[in-house]
Design a protein around this ligand. Structure first.
Ligand code: FES
Ligand code: FES
Length: 158
């Protein structure tokens, strides 16, 4: 067992993990942050997406030990039911989720692409979200939510 100390959502935390434990399991089972979902455990679905030192990462493809000294943000760091982040508000407004299983991963990806991509067209939004899979929505409402956020960001009237 090893002790891992890291900053999670702005707070320093320490947890114990076996050396082969996945980061996604460490977040959920050791730190109790169950907002990070685990779907495929193969790096395909994006449900386990977190921000690691500012960049999105699939926590199912990392070992917990790799989080030592890292600064990470999970979906819990984005907002809360009482004080939702603008991305969460946009998803709610546009009915961009059904079962919600994929949603934490989408929210973390959207947070990054709003910072890093121009997203001028819906095709670009779809491309930027192509690493996250959703079985329920058909993506259309997710794209609408992101389009709204891009317009807000760019000061474009809807
Ligand atoms: Fe990590 Fe699917 S659970 S990408
Ligand atoms: Fe169900 Fe996306 S809302 S998988």
């Amino acid at each position: 067992m090893i002790d891992i100390t890291l900053t999670v959502n702005g707070e320093e935390m320490t947890g114990r993990a076996e050396s082969r434990m996945l980061a996604s399991d460490f977040l959920r089972d050791v730190l109790g942050l169950t907002g990070t979902h685990v779907g495929c455990e193969h790096g395909v679905c994006g449900a386990c997406t977190i921000r690691l030192n500012g960049t999105t990462a699939r926590s199912c493809l990392l070992f917990a030990a790799q989080l030592e000294g890292a600064e990470i943000v999970t979906v819990e760091g984005l907002g809360s039911p009482r004080k939702m982040h603008s991305i969460q508000e946009a998803f709610r407004r546009h009915h961009a989720l059904q079962c919600g299983f994929c949603t934490p991963g989408f929210l973390m990806t959207v947070a990054e692409i709003l910072e890093t991509e121009t997203l001028e067209t819906d095709a670009e939004i779809r491309e930027a979200l192509s690493g996250n899979l959703c079985r329920c929505t058909g993506y259309e409402h997710i794209v609408r939510a992101v389009r709204d956020l891009v317009n807000e960001r760019d000061g474009v009237a809807a």
